[in-house]
Design a protein around this ligand. Structure first.
Ligand SMILES: [Zn+2]
Length: 326
């Protein structure tokens, strides 16, 4: 672990410090039109882009409003001038600021489900201002702001931690690293650009991370969880075989059959991708995203999900049994 850490640290380059507040506000505005429906990734790509259409209708809602709506109300905070209303998303950013200032000391972080997590953040002091080790509960991942990106560190970290904290602890080790880059995502056959890609335990967000949302995070993490599940039952001979045959798509055992029995796709993007690649990679990532949203939505949404995707729901509920609903 230490050598791994050290070798990672060696790669770090220093970048400019985060921009002043006024610029941050302007940048938040830019995140508003969410990425659109995703389309086909390159056949040869092991990474799976979530795509956006420039100027199209929004499939993915912006996270800020989502998060606020989900919490359902504004928190009452005791400020210096008495009671003050505060946006839960702002409170999460404050918690992140506090955690960064605390240099690894855990702080309470209330996620958009209203659940409190212990979060500690350690900013790597000798690698510029752009690398953070983030601990949520008992799991740690790394966030790298690369290439001089002017991404709003606190806002980005707050959103990533919020979505990550919705993921059940036993699945969190599928994520090791989040990368934010000013680069544009890879262009695909349809001319769309990826908002993010996932593979090898890493999620990369393009365009300074401005397309980050709860949905995109869960879709991308879905790819990593799919791989984790695929590898779970592999024994020595399977692993050896995969050296020669290549790794199978990152979906749990039985997913293809379940999808065929359900006789549908989890989204238009999943279907387009299937027609191109002949696998259910995007179908699973989309399913994971929808399943996470259904859990957030409550028993009715979950029932709708089960009705729509009965066979797949069984697999998903095995991976992540839905928490008891009130
Ligand atoms: Zn994908």
């Amino acid at each position: 672990m230490l050598t791994k850490l050290q070798s990672r640290l060696r790669q770090f380059t220093s970048v400019a410090p985060p921009p002043p507040k006024s610029q941050l506000q302007a940048q938040k505005g830019l995140g508003k039109p969410g990425p659109d429906a995703m389309s086909t990734p390159q056949l040869t790509e092991s990474r799976n882009p979530a795509l956006r259409t420039l100027g199209g209708d929004s499939l993915f809602e912006t996270t800020r409003s989502r998060a606020g709506e989900k919490a359902g109300q504004l928190f009452q905070m005791r400020g210096p001038g008495g009671l003050e209303k505060q946006d839960p998303a702002e409170l999460r950013e404050q918690a992140v600021e506090e955690a960064i200032a605390g240099k690894g000391k855990p702080v309470d972080f209330v996620n958009s489900d209203g659940k409190t997590e212990q979060v500690a953040i350690f900013q790597v002091p000798f690698a510029g201002e752009d690398t953070y080790f983030v601990r949520v509960g008992d799991e740690t991942f790394q966030v790298e702001f690369q290439g001089g990106t002017d991404a709003d560190r606190e806002a980005f970290l707050a959103q990533v931690i919020d979505s990550y904290s919705e993921t059940p602890p036993e699945l969190r080790s599928s994520l090791q690293k989040v990368v934010v880059t000013p680069d544009q995502g890879p262009e695909t056959a349809t001319g769309n650009r990826a908002a993010a890609t996932a593979g090898d335990g890493t999620i990369t967000f393009y365009d300074d991370g401005r397309h980050l949302s709860e949905d995109i995070f869960h879709h991308e993490l879905g790819h990593l969880i799919g791989r984790q599940q695929e590898e779970k039952d592999d024994g020595f001979w399977t692993d050896l075989g995969e050296v020669f045959t290549g790794e199978p798509p990152p979906v749990p055992d039985g997913w293809d059959e379940a999808a065929m029995e359900d006789e549908n796709f989890t989204s238009g993007y999943a279907e387009t991708d299937y027609k191109r690649d002949g696998n259910y990679t995007e179908d699973f990532a989309e399913a994971w995203k929808l399943y996470m949203a259904a859990i957030d939505g409550g028993p009715e949404k979950l029932a709708e999900f089960r009705e729509m995707y009965p066979e797949r729901a069984e697999i998903l509920e095995d991976i992540y049994p839905p928490p008891e609903q009130d």
